[in-house]
Write a protein of this length. Structure first.
Length: 106
């Protein structure tokens, strides 16, 4: 019985070691991508949305601000920007991995 438990624990630890590399890589890439989005992409997107809403009358803007639509739009837009960025990053990594082993026409 002890040998079976030892073997199962060994397999579990090995599986966790293998998964940890993937998990850490994904977390690090998500943190870096989030930082880039917040610093560079999101301000430009927010400015574009503000330009689109600038033509509304003042009373409509007051109602939208009071109801929290501005915060809602910021949350939705930041989620979309992060999703597009992560998809682009993941697609680029997948394309690079598919090229491994194909160098020099092999």
């Amino acid at each position: 019985m002890d040998a079976i438990l030892t073997k199962l624990v060994g397999l579990l630890v090995t599986g966790l070691k293998l998964a940890a590399g993937s998990i850490v890589g994904r977390v690090m890439s998500a943190l870096g991508l989030t930082w880039v989005n917040v610093i560079y992409a999101l301000p430009q997107v927010k400015q574009w949305i503000a330009e689109k809403f600038s033509g509304l009358p003042d009373n409509v803007m007051a109602i939208l601000s009071a109801s929290g639509i501005d915060v809602f739009m910021t949350l939705i837009v930041s989620a979309i920007v992060a999703r597009v960025g992560m998809r682009t990053f993941t697609t680029s990594i997948t394309a690079l991995e598919s090229l491994i082993g194909q160098e020099q026409g092999t």
